[in-house]
Design a protein around this ligand. Structure first.
Ligand code: CS2
Ligand code: MG
Length: 419
């Protein structure tokens, strides 16, 4: 007997079960600020989404509380795509990091809810496993080349197969990516931006020496990565990419600011060093030309800043057409909620490349219980329904928001530059 569509099994839970009855924003600061959106359905199913935008956390918290939450109550949590379109097209003022981070939080929470209603880990809802475990890279740094090489050695001992290396630049007091903190580098240290001084010539001459030393000390097998962090002009980036070719980097990241996507053609013209960019992007439009012209090899745009799973899945699918792979941003200013959801995405996505893994502090991890784990150079998501991350709201209350902003950089003559 044929069964009409209406009599076929309903999506997980009834429409009434899926009705959103509560949504609230949780701001907590266990060592650094995080913003989390908690959505609950009539059936008592709770979903979490990361809404953290480093240095602009309260802007997103307000966007959610004042403009998103009132529109969520009464909606069907199962209508993920329609909700995404509602908050994207309905905002009128579309795109931008604050808007897309707020939409991302809603989207992550709804995928979490629907996977829980379906009783399956999120990767299964996306299409199932494409791999066992996501290759990750850790962050090694040092004030000098000697210290950085020692740090790389420590990460190798911990079982990392891929390691990002950042070193102090001769003549500079402080520059991006170098920390002597026990845990991951946390640059948002002060309520107002700390000022740092930048020197490109010194950086351009010392960085190839860093990687020559790392290859000499640690051999050819370990994957080495480096983050330029937007600080070079296109031709300077092309020179560095060419000078690093003998050291076979896994990727050179953010070589030049990417507002002008065509600028990456200059780099491509001079070097075969693989290029990664995209952590500051918030929509497919920021990277469409870079991908279609194959000016990059890895796209770093991640769930929390680009509209969540629903939108980043579109970016990943476009990238797959051009053999561009994912390489999600995974700094400590993206919460464990984002890491959990990202690992499920990494487990499914066919054109996976690598996942950044800056370890959160123990106090952060205590606020965000999770089921992912690091084994033999890879992160493994759990099998529990949803994305596998929760929040201890009582503990979160013990860490009130603390105003922090990211540093800025100026050239030695005072010119404002890219940090
Ligand atoms: C960096 C980030 O991890 C990276 O690749 O670019 O740590 C970035 O500096 C921070 O996420 C900024 O908040
Ligand atoms: Mg980066």
């Amino acid at each position: 007997m044929s069964t009409s569509p209406s009599s076929q099994a309903q999506p997980a839970g009834s429409t009434r079960d899926r009705e959103i009855v509560d949504a609230r924003v949780i701001v907590t600061c266990p060592g650094r600020n995080f913003v989390t959106l908690r959505i609950e359905t009539r059936a008592g199913v709770v979903g979490l989404g990361d809404a953290t935008l480093n240095g602009r956390e309260l802007a997103v918290a307000s966007y959610l509380t004042d403009h998103v939450v009132p529109n969520l109550i009464g909606r069907d949590a199962g209508r993920i795509e329609d909700t995404w379109q509602f908050f994207y097209r309905g905002a009128y003022w579309r795109r931008g990091p604050v808007t897309m981070t707020a939409i991302a939080a809603v989207d992550m929470a709804l995928w979490d809810i629907v996977a829980k209603l379906a009783g399956m880990p999120l990767y299964q809802l996306l299409g199932g496993r494409s791999r066992d475990g996501a290759l990750v890279y850790g962050h090694a740094s040092g004030a000098t080349i000697d210290e950085t090489s020692e740090a790389v050695g420590r990460f190798k001992e911990q079982g990392y197969l891929a390691i990002r290396a950042q070193s102090g630049v001769p003549g500079l007091k402080k520059n991006y990516g170098v920390t002597n903190e026990k845990y991951a580098y946390e640059p948002a240290e002060s309520a107002l931006p700390a000022e740092t001084v930048w020197s490109t010539p010194s950086y351009l001459s010392s960085t190839p020496r860093l990687f020559e030393r790392l290859r000499r000390d640690h051999g050819e097998e370990i994957e080495l990565l480096h983050d330029v962090h937007h600080r070079l002009t296109p031709i300077e980036a092309a020179r560095l990419a060419r000078d690093l070719e003998p050291y076979r980097l896994f990727w050179l990241e953010d070589p030049t600011p990417a507002e002008n996507q065509a600028a990456f053609e200059v780099i491509r013209r001079h070097s075969v060093t693989p290029i990664a960019t995209g952590e500051v992007f918030n929509s497919i439009w920021d990277c469409k030309e870079l991908i279609e012209k194959q000016l990059i090899d890895y796209i770093r745009t991640t769930l929390v800043h680009a509209g969540g799973i629903t939108h980043v899945r579109r970016i990943a699918d476009l990238a797959a057409l051009y053999r561009v792979r994912t390489g999600f941003h995974g700094a400590t200013d993206l919460s464990p909620v984002c890491m959990g959801a990202a690992l499920h995405f990494d487990t499914w996505v066919p054109n996976f490349g690598i996942q950044e893994f800056m370890r959160h502090s123990p106090e952060t991890l205590a606020v965000f219980p999770h089921d992912y784990e690091f084994r033999a150079g890879r992160l493994h998501c759990g099998e529990s329904p949803g994305h596998g991350v929760t929040i201890d709201e009582e503990l979160a209350k013990k860490y009130p928001y603390s105003p922090k902003q990211l540093p800025i950089a100026r050239l030695e003559d005072g010119t404002m530059w890219d940090w």
